[in-house]
Design a protein around this ligand. Structure first.
Ligand code: PXG
Length: 442
């Protein structure tokens, strides 16, 4: 496909698109052909403000020169190096740079190629960790209702989005779920962390009492749940989950695939909430979404537990052909440099209150039943059309796109997560456009 403005593919049949209404799309295609900083350009030559950082990943904005150049250079210098039993310098350098900004206690990095793979990797590390410590009866994994941990079998098993689970048989066994924390009757229109629901963390005690702590390997949660429609942890919730995990010898995994790399105004959500997990999963913002790459961060306690036995033996039987791929590593390094040069990992903190006020100004729009926010994340929950769930939000998505604004919808919830380079004037532009959409008979 050429990137000329008026070029559209003449046949769209072969590509079965992910998480897409394929038939609707192919009747009315929406294609981006170029992008710069905060804006996309569509195939019909229109400019679209990126209200979602692509899919929560383009945190530094689009086509940033340092990242583009790093990829170009690396592709001409060392395109690929085997990932097993061999290496190349940039994978090591990037791991160090990640640890530099990671929450205290994180000391080692395993590479993956996506958030889904980061989750599978984290779950396997957790199971294997207990086993190498001689505690192999800890095989259960605890997730949460409405959780999203990617689309592979482990992640879907611990995830809690019904549509993502119901088609796929028995999934992993030995999995249980915490209740979700969405309490709109009590918490609607909360700014920041909700007051109510912190006690739901105690449900972990009920699950532990049922299965016995000695069978539980790990709890995995998103510090802020994104895909399900932005659920912000109630005050005290994450702290209590941490306390219970520590008390019962259970590893705590924070899935930071969307919250990692500045989304809340700190490098990671663990720092924002001041709660230390044992494992952190990341992807997306690690390479600004430009090249597929994820990373799983673990403590030295976890890493060191594996470093036993004969030195010629592989310590952990896991990894991918593309783990720490040279071009992805170069992209990751340039991305972290861009974040540093421009202060982007903390920029969300500076903009958060302006963002919050602008978002909550939509409270009076028709059908709005809740608005919630944290860092540079916002969500607007709409009242579903009776008997036609998701239709109202999807219609808002289509109208916004026509007006030159990219939003994300899930169910009847609009989720917003702009690139961290957004300016106040662009926040105004975003919410002016969104107000017009919401007031326009959706
Ligand atoms: N964990 C979390 C918390 C995620 O948000 C994944 C794992 C999986 O990542 P990959 O790279 O395998 O897609 C995600 C992905 C949305 C949206 O609009 C969210 C994601 C992906 C696409 C859309 O909410 N999250």
């Amino acid at each position: 496909m050429s990137n000329r403005l008026n070029a559209t593919p003449n046949d769209m049949r072969a590509f079965w698109m992910p998480f897409t209404a394929n038939r609707q799309f192919k009747k009315e295609p929406r294609l981006f052909v170029s992008a710069k900083d905060m804006y996309y350009t569509t195939h019909d030559g229109r400019t679209v403000l990126d209200g979602t950082a692509g899919l929560w990943c383009v945190n530094a904005g689009h086509c940033r020169p340092k990242i583009t150049e790093a990829i170009r250079q690396q592709a001409g210098e060392l395109d690929y190096a085997p990932a097993f039993q061999l290496g190349h310098p940039k994978a090591f350098e990037l791991a160090n740079r990640i640890i530099d900004i990671a929450p205290e206690g994180m000391s080692h990095v395993l590479y993956t190629n996506s958030g889904s793979e980061s989750v599978e990797t984290a779950l396997k590390v957790a199971l294997a960790y207990h086993r190498v410590k001689g505690d192999g009866s800890r095989f259960r994994l605890i997730g949460r209702e409405r959780g999203y941990h990617g689309v592979n079998f482990g992640g879907v098993s611990v995830g809690g989005i019904v549509g993502n689970r119901k088609m796929f048989g028995t999934l992993l066994t030995g999995v249980d779920h915490l209740p979700h924390t969405h309490l709109p009757a009590k918490n609607a229109f909360t700014r920041g962390q909700p007051e109510h629901g912190g006690d739901l963390a105690n449900e972990l005690e009920r699950i532990i009492a049922l299965h016995d702590a000695s069978t539980i390997a790990a709890v995995i949660i998103e510090p802020v749940a994104g895909s399900t429609g932005v659920l912000i942890p109630p005050k005290g919730y994450l702290q209590r989950i941490r306390e219970l995990c520590t008390k019962h010898g259970i590893l705590l995994i924070f899935d930071e695939v969307i919250t990692g790399f500045g989304r809340l105004g700190t490098p990671f959500a663990a720092q924002y909430f001041d709660v230390k997990p044992d494992i952190i999963t990341t992807a997306k913002g690690l390479t600004n979404g430009v090249i597929p790459m994820g990373a799983v961060l673990v403590t030295s306690e976890i890493h060191d537990a594996f470093m036993h036995g004969p030195e010629h033996m592989i310590e952990f039987f896991h990894g991918y052909t593309y783990s720490g791929n040279p071009i992805a590593s170069a992209a990751g390094l340039a991305t972290l440099e861009t974040y540093k040069d421009e202060g982007l990992l903390t920029r969300g903190a500076e903009l958060a209150s302006y963002w919050e006020d602008a978002l909550h100004s939509l409270k009076d729009c028709p059908h709005v039943i809740d608005i919630r926010n944290i860092g540079l994340i916002g969500a607007i929950e709409l009242e579903p059309i009776a008997g036609e769930p998701t239709k109202r939000a999807f219609s808002a998505f289509l109208k916004a796109y026509e007006k030159g604004l990219l939003i994300r919808t899930t169910g009847d919830i609009i989720a917003l997560s702009p690139p961290l380079i957004i300016e106040k004037a662009q926040i105004d532009e975003l919410f002016t456009k969104l107000r017009e959409v919401l007031q326009n008979n959706i």
